[in-house]
Design a protein around this ligand. Structure first.
Ligand SMILES: [Zn+2]
Length: 197
């Protein structure tokens, strides 16, 4: 599908720049670079387990995931990670380290650069489901549920490797300490995928 210049509105033309075939403006310097989005995920350590949320939105509705989300243009990634945690698990989170930085390839959307942090809950904080989660729970490391995203599985595997523990996924019935599910209202449970901010 053809695209248009955001400066002058001209139809973009194919050019080869730095060895890549790209769409560029014939009149000015605009190039439609396909840059990755930047996204964060946080492994929040609690009492020998980690905090997971069960998603109330697509993609991955009903599945468990690490708290986290997209980094806004004006945000430090660490600040974005803490903000997303506050939104998703309703608790302040202090980041304690970096687990890794990953390329997350996509064919149906922009690929992502994922930044995974280790963190802990703020003093006295108890996680509870934000609007984008059906429920949140603390899972022991040998009883983790299946996760919604391959990238989160990679992060958890890296985290477990850093602890020298084996990677085990178990049925969700064995989860410990999960608060009661809070169902979102219909307006909070869109059926269409949308970008989570
Ligand atoms: Zn132009």
């Amino acid at each position: 599908m053809g695209h248009f210049c955001i400066n002058c509105g001209a139809a973009l033309v194919q050019r080869v720049i730095e060895g890549r075939e790209v769409e560029a403006c014939p009149n000015d310097s605009f190039v439609l670079w396909h840059d990755p989005k930047v996204s964060t995920a946080v492994v929040i350590e609690v009492d020998g387990g980690i905090v997971l949320g069960r998603r109330a939105i697509e993609p991955g509705y009903g599945l468990w995931c690490l708290p986290g989300g997209f980094v806004n243009d004006d945000e430090d990634p660490a600040a974005a990670a803490a903000r997303e945690c506050l939104e998703e698990i309703s608790a302040p989170v202090e980041l304690t380290g970096l687990i890794g930085v990953y390329h997350i390839p996509k064919t149906d959307a922009s690929s992502m650069v994922g930044i995974a942090y280790r963190g802990r809950l703020g003093d006295g904080a108890r996680p509870s489901a934000g609007a984008e989660m059906l429920e949140v729970g603390v899972f022991q490391l040998d009883a983790l549920p299946p996760l919604a995203f391959p990238s989160h599985r990679t992060v958890v595997a890296e985290y477990l490797k850093s602890l020298a523990l084996p990677v085990v996924e178990a049925p969700r019935s064995v989860r410990a300490g999960a608060p009661r599910a809070r169902r979102p209202s219909p307006s909070q449970a869109p059926t269409q995928p949308r970008r989570k901010r």
